[in-house]
Ligand binder design. Structure first.
Ligand code: UT7
Length: 352
């Protein structure tokens, strides 16, 4: 039987570490000031989210999301021992695209040196924190259908340029970090029932859309950008807005249901699965999912303490982090469950 196979994994985070203690002193240019800029503190952030630090790109105006994607993609290609020229499809998940259009995948293709007259298909997907499972589902369907043979699946985010570094935006600002994760998905012919990608299922409930969103512009208005970005009285629409408690509640409920469904549909149990890799939005969400879905706690992998929430990048970044630490090994079976803006959510079971 034809199954999708993960041929390689890579990730990238910028060098700059921003601790909880430092973040309250940063201004909008990410410069550390003498005076506190945001009323927040390490104790609150750790207790409510589990985050200890996150990574930011240098604020020199030279970084865009496709640069982070490029680093992660190169690492995944090297890990898979696949040449960029052999990629026949790119699927890139991000909520922080380089520009409004074209999509970020075409910029990545160009940076990989494979933008030609005969260039591969490039998809951008906008499923926020659920980007990885949605993207894997697409990649798996393409492979099963025989449409493409070597797919580059990337989640990349540059959040630090679109956060409100003031007390007004603190509930969201402290959560997010910059980073990218990538996988190369190929094809295999196997009779092993546990080989490759075993299961994917994506869902959404658009009634939840206004619980977590970033407008930036409003296409219903003329001009579509209707505020002065430098004026704090006007520029609130430039930043993400979140009804945190609503998102938290829906995240736990849907992640528990999606995780249980993945096991029911595949007939697998936690004895078969090596690792649970949830989206990294809040350590308390993940702890509750572990509890209510009855997941062995020692099988849950988190990285939110090191990187914060990197939305579409969290799952491949977490797998790669713990692979480099020697915990996750080739052949291990992972159940991953995600939840994000939209609302969107889903689960996947796959072999590393
Ligand atoms: O990745 C996409 C999905 N995103 C998520 O899943 C995020 C889901 N939501 C959450 O993780 C949590 O709701 C938050 C971490 C965002 C907030 O935690 P919470 O326990 O729900 O706190 P809250 O919003 O109820 O706020 C409690 C208090 C408020 O003060 P008052 O009104 O009680 O005086 C907030 O103003 O904490 C205050 N607060 C902060 N204090 C210090 C909010 N943000 C901060 C902050 N530092 N950064």
């Amino acid at each position: 039987m034809i199954r999708s196979k993960i041929l390689g994994i890579g990730s990238y985070v910028p060098d700059r570490v921003v601790t909880n203690d430092e973040i309250r002193f940063l201004n909008h240019n990410h410069v550390r000031c003498e005076e506190q800029q945001t009323e927040t503190n390490d104790e609150w952030i750790r207790a409510r989210t589990g985050i200890e630090e996150r990574r930011y790109v240098p604020n020199d105006g030279k970084w865009v999301t496709s640069d982070l994607a490029l680093h992660a993609s190169k690492a995944a290609l090297a890990d898979a021992d696949v040449a960029a020229e052999d990629i026949d499809c790119i699927i890139l998940g991000t909520l922080s695209p380089d520009i409004h259009f074209p999509g970020t995948a075409v910029f990545l293709q160009d940076k990989l040196g494979i933008a030609t007259e005969d260039g591969c298909a490039c998809y951008d997907i906008r499923q926020q924190c659920s980007g990885f499972v949605y993207g894997l589902e697409m990649a798996d369907a393409f492979i099963q259908a025989g449409k493409y043979e070597k797919i580059l699946l990337v989640g990349a985010e540059l959040h630090s340029h679109s956060l409100d570094f003031s007390t007004r935006g603190r509930d969201v600002m402290v959560l997010f970090g910059d980073g990218a994760g990538a996988m190369i998905i190929g094809k295999q012919d196997t009779e092993d029932p546990k080989a490759g990608v075993l299961y994917t299922h994506s869902q959404a409930n658009g009634a939840g859309a206004w619980n977590l969103y970033l407008k930036a512009f409003d296409i219903g208005k003329v001009p579509m950008v209707y505020y002065d970005g430098n004026d704090p009285e006007q520029n609130w629409d430039m930043y993400p807005h979140m009804k945190g408690k609503q998102v938290f509640m829906h995240a736990v409920r849907n992640m528990v249901a999606a995780t249980k469904r993945a096991l029911e549909k595949t007939g697998l149990t936690w004895d078969d699965i090596d690792w649970f890799v949830p989206h990294q939005a809040n350590l308390r969400i993940n702890e509750q999912v572990v509890k209510y879905a009855q997941i062995p706690p020692e099988k849950a992998l988190n990285t939110i303490m090191f990187y914060g929430n990197t939305t579409a990048a969290t799952v491949p970044l977490t797998i790669d982090h713990w692979r480099k630490e020697g915990k996750v090994k080739e052949g291990d079976l992972v159940l991953s469950t995600v939840f994000g803006a939209g609302f969107t959510w889903g689960s996947a079971i796959f072999q590393i």
